[in-house]
Design a protein. Structure first.
Length: 133
């Protein structure tokens, strides 16, 4: 029998595989506390007020047609007419209503108003110890 020698080299092939897993680990905690504070502030606010004064002014003058309502400064003048029966019918301006608007501003009495605000405090707390770790 004849044996042949060869220069062949056998190289084993190795393959590596990776398996990745995840787990949840507590790395820290926080505690949040909230404190409500109250403060009282005084508030003054201007308040507007209007008053109306009505003045009756007797005119008793004959007119041919009703006068128009008119404005004179702060006063609104509203004519009031009346038909009077005579031998002939005449239009008599009986009176005018003079309406004056007066505006005033006065400070409201001080009011005590309670206002609230909150402060939050964050405190780090170490994680809980795991058993067997």
């Amino acid at each position: 029998m004849k044996t042949e020698l060869t220069d062949e080299l056998v190289v084993p092939v190795v393959a590596q595989e990776l398996e990745v897993t995840k787990r949840t680990v507590e790395s820290g905690r926080v505690r949040i506390t909230k404190e409500v504070r109250e403060r009282v502030e005084e508030v003054e606010e201007p308040l507007a007020r209007e008053r109306v004064f009505v003045e009756r002014v007797a005119i008793d003058r004959v007119v041919t047609e009703p006068p128009a309502t008119r404005q004179e400064g702060d006063t609104l003048i509203v004519p009031v007419v009346e038909e009077v029966l005579v031998v002939e019918k005449r239009l008599v301006l009986k009176e005018e209503l003079r309406i004056t608007r007066v505006r005033s501003v006065e400070m409201s009495p001080p009011e005590h108003v309670t206002l609230r605000s909150e402060d939050a405090r964050v405190e780090r707390v170490p994680p809980r110890e795991r058993d067997g770790a």
